[in-house]
Design a protein around this ligand. Structure first.
Ligand SMILES: Nc1nc2c(c(=O)[nH]1)N[C@H]1C(S)=C(S)[C@@H](COP(=O)(O)O)O[C@H]1N2
Ligand SMILES: [Mo]
Length: 199
């Protein structure tokens, strides 16, 4: 065995190698929004899970925030190359919202107030990898960062973390969302630098 084993440098999550390739660290929290910030009255806020057979499950704000929540500390990585380490969130695990849902779907389209969409494989939303987050740093999530609630899928580039999220549509076949239609990668793994289609 050599002194430096291959694969050691740059390995995911190993102490000082937390930056995915091509990223730099920032301490601010940049705001990136493709359109205006929608203002959603909590009395009218709704979250809907729908399936390929038309089954629907809905939650009011009161109902969503009464579900068991988790505290999450995670690094986030934007495709415009900033990464922010150790961000703190509170939210409901997506798998909690999919309990009792019957589906043969392998893909999900996340939908947001304002019309933004982004697609993900269903399995990337399960097993403690994704949340509907409604607090940041112990405070209600600010509107410019996606409040009242946003999807949080930190293992993928941050465009997959739909702000102002209001639903998950389970789909049998993959379909591109807003940025994916514009040429961004279908999956978006920062560790494999999947920024654009073909990466
Ligand atoms: N609804 C919606 N969600 C969105 C976006 C958007 O424009 N609209 N931008 C995405 C992108 S490209 C990034 S990097 C993050 C930015 O989140 P932030 O503004 O809280 O940093 O939100 C993602 N989610
Ligand atoms: Mo982004």
């Amino acid at each position: 065995m050599g002194i430096v084993s291959p694969g050691f440098f740059g390995r995911r999550g190993s102490g000082d190698t937390k930056l995915p390739p091509g990223q730099y660290q920032t301490r601010d929290f940049p705001v990136l929004s493709a359109g205006p910030t929608p203002r959603v009255d909590l009395d009218r806020w709704q979250f809907t899970v729908s399936t390929e057979t038309g089954q629907r499950k809905q939650w009011s704000w009161q109902e969503l925030t009464s579900l068991p929540s988790e505290d999450i500390t995670t690094d986030i990585h934007c495709v415009t190359k900033w990464s922010k380490f150790g961000t703190h969130w509170k939210g409901v695990p997506v798998e909690t919202l999919l309990t009792d849902i019957e589906t043969a779907a392998d893909y999900v389209m996340a939908h947001s107030y304002g019309g933004y969409t982004t697609n993900l494989p269903l399995e990337d939303l399960l097993n403690g990898q994704a949340w509907v987050a409604y607090q940041y740093d112990g405070e209600p999530l600010a509107p410019e960062h996606g409040g009242p609630a946003r999807l949080l899928v930190p293992h993928l580039y941050f465009w997959k973390s739909a702000k102002w999220v209001n639903g998950l549509e389970l789909m049998l076949a993959d379909e591109p969302g807003f940025w994916e239609t514009a040429g961004y990668h279908d999956y978006g793994d920062p560790w494999r630098e999947q920024r654009y289609q073909g990466d």
